[in-house]
Ligand binder design. Structure first.
Ligand SMILES: Cc1cc2nc3c(=O)[nH]c(=O)nc-3n(C[C@H](O)[C@H](O)[C@H](O)COP(=O)(O)OP(=O)(O)OC[C@H]3O[C@@H](n4cnc5c(N)ncnc54)[C@H](O)[C@@H]3O)c2cc1C
Length: 447
């Protein structure tokens, strides 16, 4: 044939050489970018949920997309590291149920995987008569929530048997409260997911959900650096960016995420002997924060805090971390303005605690009177994703969203957003994952 039509053959050969690599790349790379289910967000909630879903549906092709170069880089890797026992939450609420179940599942999982933890125990200490009344309520809640071996300690002698340097009128003692490195736990969840066949794609910052040209994989997900993947269904667990991700598939902006930074002090090693386990205040029922507390860490150090101040950037771990558009977004949000006007004194006090460590130490001295400002140094910080509605109410429960009507509905109904995974999300992660997997099966009718 080459003898009959040499020119035509040469031209075809050249063309083939041009097309072939593209064709081969297309054949080999396309399936790698097509998934049955994608989870956006490699914090503890996204990773635990992906692991649970892959476990239930091993034949589905799944991936986690995470914008950072590792898992657990934000809330999960910047928290107090406590395994909460479920004392605070309203009996019968989802939060209470998930925390108590989460604690049990966490200990079981860590024993299986040999992940280190310590049952350091926790005292919640009342220092005024008003707090004693609130403590009685907390005790009642804890008993109703079936917190294991919870005990009310009456009087300072009882308290001193647990924490010799601690002062207080009454206290709740929870021996099963523990401490752990939640980032390490997330790494283990990620490893399980990969062993089940799931893929973790790091440095993939999702910036769009679009309708793809392939009806089998209708959701096209684009990244900041122009990478593209396709999926049948998507779950987002974006923490501090949860509202922005929801907006990308057509959902409303509300509830908005307002970032609150929590800053810790560190007790100097020479005074470390003053505190054995976790010591917490009786929380102010108006706020979702637990108040400044003493928390032992797995490395042997002792963290004191955190306070709660507006972060000038979603992931702003220092005062100097500023993103003007994110800052204006928070400051001009009617919900934030209403909340700030409602609690101006509390807000200012939190800022003072940040600038003047002695203010934070003064609060800590109520429990351990001998510590002074010379005994502490500045420590790390975490930023909490606080979901808030436009009236200034703090969203205290799980909040799911999905855009089902209007122009973007074709893909909107395939993208489920978890817009609020309330604290203690790390403790509850294995229980949340089960709930999330049920929700995915139900919303997307996956059997
Ligand atoms: C100061 C502080 C102390 C706390 N203490 C405790 C405690 O002691 N015990 C406890 O149980 N809980 C605690 N919590 C709560 C707990 O840390 C959180 O509930 C939990 O970590 C939330 O996990 P997450 O996966 O939802 O969020 P995150 O850990 O923030 O993960 C979200 C992930 O999504 C990724 N992401 C966001 N946008 C995109 C995008 N566009 N594309 C790709 N990826 C994206 C982020 O990079 C991030 O990795 C604390 C929280 C804070 C802030």
């Amino acid at each position: 044939m080459s003898r009959i039509f040499p020119e035509t053959f040469k031209a075809s050969e050249k063309r083939l050489k041009q097309i072939l690599p593209k064709f081969v790349r297309c054949l080999t790379s396309k399936p790698n970018n097509e998934y049955d289910v994608i989870v956006v967000g490699g914090g503890i909630v996204g990773t635990a949920s992906a692991r649970e879903f892959k476990n239930r549906h091993p034949t589905l092709k799944m991936a986690i997309l995470e914008k950072e170069n590792d898992l657990a880089r934000h809330q999960t890797g910047h928290n107090s590291g406590v395994i909460h026992a479920g004392i605070y939450y309203k009996p019968g609420s989802l939060k209470a149920k998930l925390c108590v179940e989460g604690l049990r599942l966490t200990y079981q999982y860590c024993d299986e995987k040999k992940i280190p933890y310590k049952k350091a125990g926790k005292l919640i200490v009342a220092t005024t008569e008003k707090e004693v009344l609130l403590l009685t309520d907390l005790h009642d809640r804890g008993l109703k929530n079936e917190v294991p071996e919870l005990k009310l300690l009456k009087g300072r002698e009882e308290i001193k048997k647990v924490e010799p340097h601690c002062e207080g009128l009454e206290a709740l003692w929870s021996p099963h409260t523990g401490i752990i490195d939640w980032a390490l736990v997330t790494q283990h969840y990620g490893k399980d997911f990969q062993q089940l066949g799931g893929e973790i794609r790091l440095n993939f910052e999702v910036n769009g959900f679009h309708e793809s040209d392939d009806p089998n994989f209708p959701v096209e997900i684009t990244s900041k650096d122009t990478a593209t993947v396709k999926s049948k269904y998507v779950l987002t667990c974006g923490g501090l960016h949860a509202d922005k991700l929801a907006e990308l598939s057509g959902c409303a902006r509300d509830p908005r995420i307002v970032p609150f930074r929590g800053e810790y002090l560190i007790l100097n090693p020479s005074k470390r002997h003053l505190v054995k386990g976790n010591i917490y205040p009786v929380p102010d029922p108006r706020f979702p924060f637990l108040g400044v507390h003493f928390t032992p860490r797995m490395d042997g150090s002792m963290w004191l805090g955190p306070n709660a101040v507006l972060a000038f950037k979603r992931e702003g771990y220092r005062w100097s971390d500023i993103n003007l558009s994110e800052l204006m977004d928070a400051l001009l949000y009617p919900g934030f303005i209403k909340m700030a006007l409602k609690y101006p004194k509390a807000g200012l006090r939190e800022i003072l605690k940040s600038w003047v460590p002695s203010v934070q130490v003064k609060e800590l001295k109520k429990y351990i009177p001998v510590i002074t400002v010379e005994d502490v140094s500045r420590g790390p910080a975490g930023v909490r994703a606080q979901a808030m509605d436009s009236k200034g109410n703090l969203v205290d429960d799980f909040y799911f969203d999905m855009f089902k009507t209007g122009g973007n509905s074709k893909i909107g109904s395939r993208v489920l957003h978890c817009r609020n995974a309330p604290s203690p999300g790390a403790t509850s992660s294995l229980a949340i994952a089960k709930m999330m997997a049920d929700k995915l099966e139900q919303e997307f009718e996956i059997k």
